[in-house]
Design a binder for this molecule. Structure first.
Ligand SMILES: Nc1ncnc2c1ncn2[C@@H]1O[C@H](COP(=O)(O)OP(=O)(O)OP(=O)(O)O)[C@@H](O)[C@H]1O
Length: 235
């Protein structure tokens, strides 16, 4: 079965200026991301992983090259159109969870819908909170939750608007091994259940082994791409 191309990077370059010095964080990235696939981007510190995730997700602009979400060139969109895509079609998960401490888990989860003044789809909400096993602490506040529980709430929040793509930047970076594994298991389960594309950045080789497609970055360039058949590991 052929899958849709959902996101496309064409000759992406990103240069930062640090004083007089030019840093070539991305040096020509070409890649097509398909729907319903778990991508892991791996590489050493400074190889450009976070920069690539930021550019792919419209959080930052490339210095050169184009990013297409479906047929739309993100660089051609105005701020309003871009924020709409980021709110409705993309979900974000960060290492630091980024939950609002004064809101309960439930209020944090539905926040993206409230911001958009959208009705919450309660059947969908029930399905994701059940799958992520959140219901027994849904009324608690982030300060009352463990790191793993907070990250599960953050995953539910990233999924509430039923995005096509979830971008995750080191989502297990603040978790111990057991909770980190649980979060990855849940992300993979949500991907299968909801047919999402996940693009995840990590240093962790154990997570990398679970990717459908593993992308290796070195010095701002893709040096290797491995598909699951070749990874030969089952989830
Ligand atoms: N805002 C910035 N200003 C200047 N240089 C930057 C900026 N952001 C990143 N860089 C530089 O760009 C290069 C790539 O950084 P990036 O954060 O994308 O790497 P990374 O692979 O995600 O690293 P890590 O695994 O440590 O998070 C590095 O040399 C970094 O120092």
């Amino acid at each position: 079965m052929t899958k849709d191309i959902i996101l496309k990077a064409e000759d992406i370059k990103k240069t930062y200026l640090a004083g007089e010095k030019k840093i070539n964080a991305l040096r020509g990235i070409d890649f097509q991301f398909e729907s319903d696939t778990f991508y892991v981007i791996i590489g050493k510190s400074g190889s450009g992983k976070s920069t690539l995730l930021h550019v792919l997700s419209g959080m930052d602009k490339p210095s050169e090259g184009q990013v297409f979400f479906r047929e739309k060139d993100l660089g051609e969109l105005n701020n309003k159109q871009l924020s709409e895509i980021k709110r409705k079609e993309f979900g974000f998960i960060f290492q630091s969870y980024n939950l609002l401490p004064e809101l309960s888990a439930y209020e944090n989860i539905i926040l993206p819908s409230s911001i958009d003044k959208r009705d919450v789809d309660y059947d969908y909400l029930r399905m994701i909170t059940k799958s992520l096993d959140i219901n027994n602490f849904i009324k608690k506040y982030p300060g009352q939750l463990s790191g793993g529980e907070q990250q599960r709430v953050a995953i539910a929040r990233a999924l509430i608007n039923q995005p096509d793509i979830v971008f995750a930047d080191e989502p297990t970076g603040n978790l111990d091994e057991e909770n980190g594994n649980e979060v990855i298991k849940l992300l993979i389960r949500m991907k299968k259940q909801l047919n999402k594309t996940i693009i995840l950045v990590t240093h962790d080789m154990d997570i990398a082994k679970r990717a459908d497609v593993l992308i290796k970055l070195k010095d701002g360039m893709i040096t290797d791409v491995k598909k699951r058949e070749k990874l030969c590991i089952k989830n």
